[in-house]
Design a protein around this ligand. Structure first.
Ligand code: CP3
Length: 357
């Protein structure tokens, strides 16, 4: 079965998909990275009952959490509840989400053990993500489009080698300088899995997909060109090709390579429909570099949600003026933090929607 034969309810709010294509819209679309997460009281309560990966792996629970922010706010997109680290898990790494510490891997990848990664069947072992997507598409009743997502190859490689959050990513970067061959082998392996994983998500009903290359901020133009660019390009090209071969409808693809201003020029030509921009750059700069060939997404400093209501509204206005309203999707410049107020989120969304396009 493919999305086309699953009889999903028709999409009622297609503002986000229209904005990406540059079509006429009544108001700017907005969603928030990590919108289904700990800033919501409902999610914190839910987490007392269920472990993080139990939610990810149980479609009915993942669906319930995905819908929490959609019921609470006037958002223009949903994003399936999951994590980028489900791929390392499917490859045989033990990933645990530790309170206050974030993800921890007890058996990280080394040059010596990398051949033990369990590649065959990895995407089959992630079928629960596809099932969660299919269920959520039905439960959304066409209210807003549903994002699927994945980590980018370099970001996954970083977590798999470091085994936990790192200030420098020096263990993973060491591979880029002292063992390029192994680095390329691992990136290649991850790229192959990511391609099939994205196709599986789209087949299951994802209406748009985003690649989180969140560790791009540890690279520079040279390292990005060698260790990110070819793989990101292959992902967009191969996903499109496989969709065509399998007669599955195309969906927009979004690249969010956090902290990668040094390579915006390069990102324009990697085959993505929209480029995510983090909060450390003024909107006019990426807009000028990217032109109108691709859509842009971003980039309010998440910490702006600590500001007063008036300040949030003004900051939103300034940001929109900077990006312009054509081919633009509003978001924060990185994920929302757990201690942010739901009322601030409401103000942010309202300020976006009140802006006259
Ligand atoms: O955006 C959404 O609402 C969908 C769900 C989503 C999660 N993780 C849930 C989550 C998405 C899109 C992600 C992506 C993700 N995961 C990224 C890329 C985005 C980014 O932040 O750069 C990364 C790097 C990860 C890995 C990861 N997962 C880390 C580093 C952490 C710990 C940091 C933290 O915020 O605690 C997580 C945990 C995580 N992923 C939580 C949620 C809701 C919080 C854990 C919990 O509930 O206990």
């Amino acid at each position: 079965m493919t999305a086309r034969t699953m009889n999903f309810p028709p999409l009622k709010n297609d503002t986000l998909l229209k904005a990406i294509k540059g079509e006429k819209i009544e108001r700017l679309p907005v969603w928030i990275m990590r919108q289904a997460g700990r800033h919501m009281k409902e999610f914190r309560d839910f987490r007392k009952q269920h472990s993080f990966f139990e939610i990810c792996q149980t479609p009915s629970l993942a669906c319930e959490v995905t819908l929490m922010p959609i019921k609470r706010y006037d958002l223009d997109a949903a994003i399936i509840f999951s994590d980028i680290l489900v791929i390392p898990q499917a490859l045989g790494l033990n990933v645990e989400m530790k309170e206050g510490e974030g993800p921890v891997i007890s058996n990280p990848v080394t040059i010596e053990n990398m051949d033990l990664l369990n590649v065959p069947g990895a995407v089959d072992r992630l079928k629960y993500v596809g099932d969660a997507i299919t269920l959520t598409r039905h439960k959304l009743e066409g209210k807003v489009p549903l994002f699927g997502f994945t980590g980018g190859p370099w970001t996954l490689m970083g977590y798999m080698i470091e085994g936990k959050g790192s200030k420098t990513l020096s263990k993973a970067k060491k591979w880029l300088y002292s063992n390029k061959e192994c680095a390329h082998k691992l990136l290649q392996l991850l790229t192959d899995v990511i391609i099939d994983y994205l196709v599986m998500q789209i087949k299951s009903g994802a209406q748009i997909v985003q690649i989180f290359e969140s560790n791009a901020d540890y690279l520079n133009e040279y390292l990005f060109d060698v260790f990110c660019k070819p793989y990101l390009k292959r992902i967009s090209e191969s996903v499109h090709l496989k969709l065509k071969e399998n007669n599955i409808e195309e969906v927009p693809m979004v690249l969010f390579a956090k902290g990668s201003h040094y390579s915006l020029e390069t990102q324009k030509d990697l085959g993505y429909d929209m480029i995510g921009i983090d909060w450390t750059i003024s909107p006019k700069i990426p807009r000028n570099i990217l032109g109108s060939a691709v859509a842009v997404q971003g980039n309010l400093d998440p910490c702006a949600l600590y500001a007063s209501e008036d300040d949030i509204r003004n900051l939103v206005k300034e940001m929109i003026k900077g990006f312009g309203t054509n081919k633009y999707v509003v978001n924060l410049g990185h994920g929302i933090y757990p201690d942010m107020e739901e009322s601030a989120v409401e103000v942010f969304i309202d300020a976006v929607h009140k802006y006259r396009v």
